[in-house]
Write a protein that binds this ligand. Structure first.
Ligand code: 5AD
Ligand code: SF4
Length: 431
């Protein structure tokens, strides 16, 4: 039997896409190779969101040249956003690569594994996953893609060029996939899309989708990402209040706290709008976790603009944040902007932001001492086999004292904090 090996880089959507390729290959008789050396087909599924990610991927691809030399019949393919963006850099500079597959062409994986060579990089408008249910992964959690692509054209972002227009998957396909996962015992589902505000299956939007998924009995927890602060469907909060299974956490990328920079980023909201949205959300539901993404060092970001970002971070007090320094991406509008910020300044701002946000995250974890929470056990703590890893309904990782079965829910009291992670003690029956 032919064996395949897939190396995955990037976001959860890429992991999901790799599961899609696995599913198709296995349907055609391929099996997963135990290690890369024994594979007949090797695929690198790539991410292009920042230059650093691209460099890592390209150097990994170059290291596979030796593998190909040792085994000339090996089929080597590169999939995802990097070949979609940099066709020539792969095909002209790396002739040892047999095929490339853009994010909308993953269904051609079998044909390529079997011998077709070349470029398969046509962005198109057909949802990729109808009648396919690739979700798989770390029991008891699974990610399920509900839409692909985005054409918001934030001026720094490569996604519109690599994944094209947003394409929503039909609700009945998503439900079927979640039901299949429920049957296998999965308990936590995270619905994925680059901008889930735009989810639209014949006028049925995100709030509707969430409540449909919440009706699937065996599923205990439902998360979703990523939301956009402009046109955020506030009815989501009402659904969240009605359906306790929906995690009380919204990932809402701020990107910058300066309205001037937000305009240059083409984010179509101002800092006041963002602040008002947060107030509205917190008024409707007081105990909600808010997480965010922030970019520092965007072209033209002055010390004052950066201070505005810090003010927002200090004022809103996010539960956690992904923080990046700006990385210019070819084709994007921002890559044509002058007034780029030097590396030293970008690094300094990033470190300052990380320092302040980490302290907020730590304080929030500390403030949770004494709280009683129902947490979902997701596995053994890799650092201490006498403890379990769990996740709260606020999408916060918790360490639980004791060994418990994955997929079960335990009531714990937070008694300590290790680093940034709250530690929970399971309650006895009578407590
Ligand atoms: N440079 C730095 N960060 C970026 N992101 C997207 N594009 C870039 C870029 N060119 C960040 C944004 C986005 C997250 C997924 O990645 O913060 O929300
Ligand atoms: Fe990129 Fe997100 Fe903006 Fe879409 S909304 S262009 S994925 S940053």
């Amino acid at each position: 039997m032919k064996q395949y090996y897939i190396l995955t880089y990037g976001c959860q959507m890429n992991t999901y896409d790799s599961h899609l390729m696995e599913l198709l290959l296995e349907e055609h008789g391929y099996v997963q190779a135990g290690d890369i050396e024994h594979a007949d087909v090797v695929i690198v599924n790539t991410c292009a969101v920042r230059e650093h990610a691209v460099k890592r991927v390209l150097s990994r691809i170059d290291s596979l040249k030796t593998l190909k030399r040792k085994n000339p019949s090996l089929r080597l393919g590169i999939a995802g956003c990097v070949p979609q963006q940099l066709k020539a850099r792969i095909t002209k500079k790396r002739p040892f690569v047999d095929f490339i597959l853009g994010p909308d062409n993953l269904k051609d994986v079998v044909m390529c594994a079997q011998g077709a060579s070349g470029l398969f990089v046509d962005l198109n408008d057909t949802p990729l996953y109808s009648d396919l249910y690739p979700a798989n992964g770390d029991f008891p959690e699974a990610y399920v893609s509900v839409m692909r692509g985005c054409i918001n054209f934030c001026s720094y972002c490569i996604v519109p060029y690599t994944r094209g227009k947003d394409k929503s998957r039909r609700i009945h396909d998503i439900k079927r996939e979640v039901e299949k996962l429920a049957l296998k015992g999965y308990k936590r589902i995270v619905l994925l899309g680059q901008n889930v505000n735009n989810y639209d299956d014949h006028e049925k939007r995100l709030p509707h989708l969430l409540s449909e998924i919440a009706h699937i009995n065996a599923i205990e927890r439902i998360g979703f990402l990523t939301s956009h602060p402009a046109f955020f469907p506030i009815e989501v909060i009402d659904v969240m209040k009605e359906e306790p299974k929906i995690e009380k956490c919204i990932h809402l990328p701020l990107q910058s706290g300066s309205s001037k920079i937000l305009r240059r980023m083409n984010r179509i909201y101002t800092k006041d709008h963002y602040r008002e949205l947060i107030n509205e959300i917190r008024t409707r539901i007081d105990d909600i976790a808010l997480t965010t993404d922030i970019i520092v060092g965007f072209p033209g970001e002055t010390e004052d603009d950066f201070s505005e970002t810090m003010e927002m971070v200090n004022g809103i007090r996010f539960d956690s944040a992904y923080m990046f320094q700006y990385s210019p991406r070819r084709f994007t509008l921002a890559s044509t902007y002058c007034s780029s910020i030097d590396t030293e300044t970008r690094m300094r701002r990033l470190h300052e932001l990380i320092r302040v946000q980490s302290e907020i995250t730590r304080q929030k974890s500390n403030a949770s001492r004494g709280r009683i929470l129902d947490v979902l056990i997701i596995g053994e703590n890799e650092k201490n086999y006498l403890e379990s890893n769990a996740i709260s309904v606020y999408n916060k990782r918790i360490v639980v004292q004791g060994r418990f079965e994955s997929g079960t829910i335990r009531k714990v009291r937070i008694i300590d904090v290790k680093g940034w992670t709250p530690v929970g003690k399971p309650l006895q029956e009578h407590e």
